[in-house]
Ligand binder design. Sequence first.
Ligand code: C5P
Length: 301
Amino acid sequence: MSGVTVRVPAKVNAQLAVGAARPDGFHDLANVFLAVSLYDEVTAAPADGLTVTCEGPDADKVPLDRTNLAARAAELLAARHGIAPDVHLHIKKDIPVAGGMAGGSADGAGALLACDALWGLGTPRDVLLEICAELGSDVPFSLVGGAALGTGRGEKLTELPVGGTFHWVFAVADGGLSTPVVFGEFDRLAEGVDIPEPAASPALLEALATGDTAALAAGLANDLQAPALSLRPSLAATLAVGTDAGALAALVSGSGPTTAFLVKDAETATAVAAALTASGTCRTARVATSPAAGATVLPAV
Ligand code: C5P
């Protein structure tokens, strides 16, 4: 067997409501995840020992040691089954690195599924989801895809119905933003403020369920946007370019610095992406749709 390849989507947060910092340092969230059609591919191939390689425009920014979530996923899965994590993991990276689109989480979920298939383990879905939660707050959603409400620190998922296709443009920034640093800035800005319990917006869930783009645009909300803008003020110019070019709504994706633009159709997406690219306020712009399927084993070629 030459290898098993799994395709895993990026995500955008249609709503990211953040509660006060918990004693364990995490924050309770109401996190409305939406998978989008930008994908990484993770291939697991037989090997002696555990190695990771990566290809793609941002490959030099991806760690190839055991801090890579793909490597950790292989180790955790092997440990559960009492076997050695003998695998070569190759990541074909298309999701922006440290961009707030769960690219690292995608690779963790992808490696988990690919190793499970390569090693013929047939691990039950609930156990795979448990390992995903151990890997990181966003990893369970990378496995599941579609749309889901994440509560707790984002790892407890309730799948959500989606009644249509949504069109997005993503402006990829130069450099990344560290998720813990953005949460830390959230805490700093929230000092002395009474933070409500995070809750999903019924209007937003209704917009997703009915496929109503205008209503979704009106409901998009991200509590990490203010801290991300505080750390990277230049993102405000990117958001303005997309809105001026015809986007229905603009927001920071997750902890940033990728910015997300919801548009009414594919034609507008192309125009907004062109305006963003021409503006010089971002490194590149990508067009995508949602929802997208979660981690999927690709047919052998
Ligand atoms: O779960 P994950 O490893 O992706 O989280 C990375 C960091 O982001 C955490 O160490 C924490 O600082 C922050 N975080 C948080 N609250 C969450 C999720 C992440 O504070 N719900």
